[in-house]
Design a binder for this molecule. Structure first.
Ligand code: 5GP
Length: 183
């Protein structure tokens, strides 16, 4: 069986990464999403150990000390990190393993794993991003404003990624990503 691929997958909060990811996994069962650890609280509807492993700050810092993460970062006052253990075994099984991570973590993975593909999902515009974040209705005003200011900074990193995919239409973006990873 041929080896799989590691895929760094980034996009600003509200860009539609989650929707695209769900669709990708429906279309190809070799596509796997790494489940990250985070210190943020679950949002309504999020399922522990499916969307994230929700852990306390001291547990997270213990895992950092034990080298348990491929990468980790602080984003909007919380820690997020990719547990190392499951990734290599999925790649050995021929899977496409997506790391849905922000830019600081992505830069770490690009250095550590030069074989990884990198994809940045862009919104049609910042106005559209703000609209999507507000429509989602899962964040308070302060968090929305913080995430919008992070988004502007994050988009300046898009040029460091091998591929930039515009999410103007979910099905179109999904097809573009499938073409990239199956190349
Ligand atoms: P959210 O709180 O909206 O779920 O995630 C906030 C940001 O953290 C998103 O850009 C998301 O992709 C990123 N993120 C999620 N998991 C990880 C991770 O394990 N490592 C890093 N570096 N970023 C992550």
């Amino acid at each position: 069986m041929s080896k799989g691929k590691l895929i760094i997958y980034t996009g600003c909060s509200g860009v539609g990464k989650g929707t695209i990811m769900t669709r990708l996994m429906e279309l190809d069962d070799k596509i796997k999403l790494s489940v990250s650890c985070t210190t943020r609280d679950p949002r309504p509807g999020e399922i522990p150990d499916f969307h994230y492993h929700y852990i306390k700050k001291d547990e997270f810092e213990k895992l950092i000390a034990e080298d348990g993460f491929l990468e980790y970062a602080q984003y909007c006052d919380n820690y997020y990190g990719t547990p190392l253990a499951p990734i290599n075994s999925w790649i050995e099984k021929g899977c496409y393993v997506f790391l849905e991570i922000e830019v600081q973590g992505a830069m770490q993975v690009m250095k550590k794993r030069p074989d990884a593909l990198s994809i940045f999902v862009l919104p049609p515009s910042l106005e559209e991003l703000e609209k999507r974040l507000r429509n989602r209705g899962t964040e308070d005003e302060e968090t929305i404003l913080k995430r919008l200011s992070c988004a502007e900074e994050e988009m300046s990193y898009a040029k460091h990624y091998q591929y930039q995919v515009l999410n103007d239409d979910v099905e179109r973006a999904v097809k573009e990503i499938l073409d990239i990873i199956r190349k």
